[in-house]
Design a protein around this ligand. Structure first.
Ligand SMILES: [Zn+2]
Length: 210
């Protein structure tokens, strides 16, 4: 994904870590809303091809927003004590999220790095699950980046965390400015790497595959 449109540094916020009791997905309500949307765009929701669409779209939205009803802490709770203090880097975790401004998908990759503290590490699949929990919600890329970094910092107590997200937004491709090639990069740093520019630069180079 060359020529990034913009590079944002996601600021630190801890406001969105709380995972309260979430309401279950309301399939009936979602189906009604999709039927209404079809009428609003001038379609006939009773015609053959559209008859099952509201139910189908409702199921798709239930899946695409499943992260609202999941807790990242659950996936990061299984911490291994490996007496490890070396840098861990996981590149190219694929994700699909949903832009909360247009309810259209944005897709890309997440690179995660952390410096374990007290030998605490977590399975690779758990990092991917954590990305998925935050991605499967109405999102903005800056917040997704921040939430993944905060969750790893909090649940692993890592000494340093870096998260780099690169993605393409369908809302930029199909509407508005219609820039099919535009990619967006966001990064978030926690712990030591917030202040240590040299170490941060080394991790950023690893993220770029260098
Ligand atoms: Zn959008």
């Amino acid at each position: 994904m060359a020529s990034p449109l913009s590079i944002h540094t996601a600021p630190a916020h801890h406001d969105d870590l709380t995972e309260g009791a979430r309401r279950p997905f309301d399939h009936c309500r979602a189906e009604r809303a999709i039927r209404e949307l079809l009428i609003a765009i001038g379609e006939d929701p009773m015609r053959e091809g559209l008859r099952d669409t509201p139910a189908r779209v409702a199921r798709a939205f239930a899946e695409m927003t499943g992260g609202l009803r999941d807790d990242p802490g659950k996936h990061l709770a299984r911490v291994f004590d490996e007496a490890a203090d070396e840098l861990v880097v996981v590149r190219d975790i694929q994700f699909t999220s949903m832009c909360e401004h247009h309810l259209l998908p944005f897709t890309g990759v997440v690179h995660v790095a952390y410096l374990p503290a007290d030998g605490k590490v977590v399975g690779l699949s758990k990092l991917a699950r954590t990305v998925e929990v935050f991605a499967r919600r109405p999102q903005v890329q800056e917040r997704l980046t921040r939430q993944v970094a905060d969750a790893i910092a909090e649940h692993l107590g890592a000494a340093a965390v870096g998260v780099h997200v690169e993605s393409e937004h369908l809302c930029m491709r199909v509407r508005g400015v219609r820039q099919p090639e535009a990619a967006m990069t966001t990064v978030a740093w926690r712990g030591l790497w917030k202040t240590d520019a040299v170490a941060r630069g080394e991790v950023a180079a690893l993220f770029r595959g260098k």
